[in-house]
Write a protein that binds this ligand. Structure first.
Ligand code: 3Y8
Ligand code: NAP
Length: 249
């Protein structure tokens, strides 16, 4: 009897959960517990960390998981590293369901930076009006750049206001659409968009909006991820499940 664990938190993870539920597969979707009310799922959900790679390996064995699908966000590098290690420790099949990185096309004005620190360094020039599309977890770092105006977007209202001086906070969750992204940027006089190279469709609307408005984008490239089999479509994971050994890597 197959028993699939999906490490979730992305549009593709939710799509895979739907496909597995439709097939009557035994599957669990796992969230870190970052937000108050994650999207309801058609399979059982577990919330919270496992306690590192060892904790995840123990969970895999205790639950009799046969297939581990790491469908976390490309910036969830710690979870992905733990998943690869734990799958080896527990000797179970492991695959990543991830999205190809976005790449600039005609009309895009992108500048790539390798990480958050480089993005901060790139903002040491004159005052800008910046859409900071990084979520809640990294907003505090931009207190180091007080001359800019920041348009923030969090999923949940923060327990305490961000330690920024000049900002506007929107509470909203994606996926977003291009027209509303354009209205939001124009309403706040945005002249720069700062985001992560998340890939996928759920966060892409702001890039299409920036292109249409002729706005520059500061794009944070992805962190290094472990070597693993990577698939880019939920249906490809179904094929992998049907053809991979239930035990052994
Ligand atoms: C908790 C689970 C689905 C998944 C939807 C995708 C699309 C909408 C766009 C902007 C960018 C950002 C952020 C974003 C998007 C999808 C996807 C995606 C970006 C949920 C979710 C969880 C999280 C965690 C949250 C982070 C934050 C990042 C907001 C669910 C809604 C900025 C990433 O407040 C917090 O602590 C939020 C933290 C990690 C990054 C950060 O550093 O703040 N995602 N997002 C997951 C868990 O607990 O395990 O509630 O559904 C999932 C989604 N967020 O099923 O439809 O697939 O990427 N999420 C980024 O991409 O840059 C928003 O505002 O333009
Ligand atoms: P991270 O930094 O790689 O992970 C930090 C720790 O959080 C992990 O070591 C693990 O704790 C726990 N964790 C992360 N994802 C988990 C999951 N799906 N199920 C159970 N525990 C999980 O991860 P993150 O960047 O904080 O992302 C957290 C979640 O938000 C993930 O589900 C990710 O897919 C989603 N998300 C993140 C982003 C982003 O920009 N980072 C964007 C969209 C969605 P233990 O070590 O205790 O096991």
């Amino acid at each position: 009897m197959r028993n699939i664990l999906i490490l979730g938190g992305t549009t593709e993870a939710s799509a895979l959960a739907r496909l597995l539920a439709e097939r009557g597969e035994r599957a669990t979707l796992s969230y870190a517990g970052r937000v108050d009310s994650p999207r309801p799922q058609p399979v059982p959900v577990r919330v919270g960390g496992f306690g590192g790679a060892v904790g995840l390996a123990d969970y895999l064995r205790a639950q009799g998981v046969t297939h581990l699908v790491d469908a976390t966000h490309p910036f969830a590098a710690t979870m992905s590293a733990n998943a690869a290690t734990a799958a080896r420790m527990a000797c179970i099949a492991h695959v990543a369901l991830t999205r190809p990185a976005w790449s600039a096309t005609t009309g895009d004005r992108w500048t790539h930076v390798p990480d958050l620190a480089a993005a901060l360094a790139a903002l040491d020039g004159p005052a800008r009006r910046i859409m900071l599309a990084l979520g809640r977890m990294h907003a505090d770092a931009f207190a180091a750049r007080p001359r800019h105006f920041f348009l923030l977007r969090f999923i949940d209202p923060p327990a305490t206001p961000p330690p920024l001086i000049n900002y506007h906070l929107v509470i909203d969750r994606g996926p977003f659409d291009m027209a509303s992204e354009m209205r939001l940027m124009q309403a706040h006089g945005i002249d720069l968009v700062l985001c992560k190279n998340a890939g996928g469709t759920g966060a892409q609307a702001k890039l299409l909006a920036a292109r249409n408005l002729g706005l520059p984008v500061l794009m944070i490239d992805r962190p290094a991820l472990p070597d693993r089999l990577e698939l880019h479509a939920p249906r490809a994971v179904l094929h992998w499940i049907d053809h991979s050994a239930d035990r052994g890597v």
